[in-house]
Design a protein around this ligand. Structure first.
Ligand SMILES: *[C@@H]1O[C@H](CO)[C@@H](O)[C@H](O)[C@H]1NC(C)=O
Ligand SMILES: *[C@@H]1O[C@H](CO)[C@@H](O)[C@H](O)[C@H]1NC(C)=O
Ligand SMILES: *[C@@H]1O[C@H](CO)[C@@H](O)[C@H](O)[C@H]1NC(C)=O
Length: 272
């Protein structure tokens, strides 16, 4: 995919991310401070960052990884997770970055080993997740904004049998929680009875949500236990679901093949 286009207009690069909004949120997409790249004839090169491609045919529903993105349990966000041990500026032939961050950062997937020690020991890691579940027709639904996802809420959504992948858009999206660096325990997620209802009464195998956990903070472990026990349900968390109409899409999610890891960053897109 073409990563850069020529722009003839002067581009301002030093956009301050934090100052343009009142609270601690940063804008979408985050615009890093960069040094303009100027060609001999004065033409400036600037990278293109897209959330939507082809007039709404493809939506990027993954979040950018960024030091100010929220990180589980942290007030200070993810922090500096990239470093450049070899750089051209100090004599290397190329720039080579290194990254270090929790595997459950940003848009990510949970494997059964996340909350089951015996599954962890037996190797049910992110490399064992079924790509057929992670890719295919999916429903994007809005859930009521005044509750966590209980059995009653699940029932009220009337998700038909046969639907295998559902992305739940919640108050978290309206509150822009994934754009705030301070971790917020008041996010919306599944209560245990909601998870149980989904498991018992639907054919859903991919559960997607718009903050760092599918499980509400108050039912954190119980809801995860319900979802992951059968090893048939895959949890995709931290999705970016702003500005997309509810409805049916094809979802494509691809985790990294991290052997032994119970979580992985995941790239997800929706195709109409
Ligand atoms: C080169 O620069 C990086 C930071 O960009 C630094 O971490 C590294 O130690 C430097 N290497 C040498 C050989 O100076
Ligand atoms: C390499 O990294 C340096 C920072 O040390 C940066 O200024 C430069 O633009 C990078 N070069 C390339 C080709 O990415
Ligand atoms: C959802 O549950 C959390 C605790 O896990 C709570 O702080 C929050 O207020 C609840 N949200 C709604 C909309 O009821």
């Amino acid at each position: 995919m073409a990563a850069a286009i020529l722009v003839t207009t002067l581009v301002t690069y030093s956009v301050s991310a934090a100052s343009s909004v009142a609270d601690d949120a940063y804008p979408s997409p985050f615009i890093p401070t960069l040094t303009p790249c100027e060609l001999d004839d004065g033409i400036r090169l600037s990278p293109v960052r897209k959330e939507v491609y082809d007039d709404g045919h493809i939506f990027d529903i993954s979040h950018q990884y960024h030091p100010d993105m929220p990180s589980w349990g942290s007030d200070d966000g993810l922090g500096q997770f990239l470093r450049l041990p070899a750089s051209m500026k100090n004599g290397s032939l190329a720039n080579n970055s290194e990254m270090k961050m929790p595997t459950h950062t940003g848009t990510h997937v949970d494997a059964p080993g996340h909350v089951y020690d015996h599954y962890f020991d037996a190797g049910f890691d992110v490399d064992t997740l079924d790509l057929r579940v992670l890719n295919g027709p999916a429903l994007l639904v809005d859930v009521p904004r005044d509750k966590n996802i209980t059995a009653e809420v699940m029932k009220s959504l009337h998700i038909p049998r046969g639907v295998r992948r559902v992305l739940f858009r919640t108050l978290n999206t309206d509150r822009r929680l994934m754009w705030k660096k301070q971790f917020d325990t008041s996010y919306v997620g599944f209560m245990k009875d909601g998870a149980q209802w989904l498991k018992d009464n639907t054919d859903i195998q991919l559960v997607g949500i718009d903050y760092l956990s599918v499980a509400a903070y108050d039912d954190l472990i119980p809801s995860h236990l319900v979802f992951l026990e059968s090893r048939e349900i895959i949890l995709v968390e931290g999705l970016k679901l702003e500005d997309i109409e509810a409805g049916i899409y094809n979802v494509h999610c691809l985790p990294l093949r991290l052997l032994g890891a119970e979580g992985s960053p995941i790239r997800c897109i929706l195709i109409k």
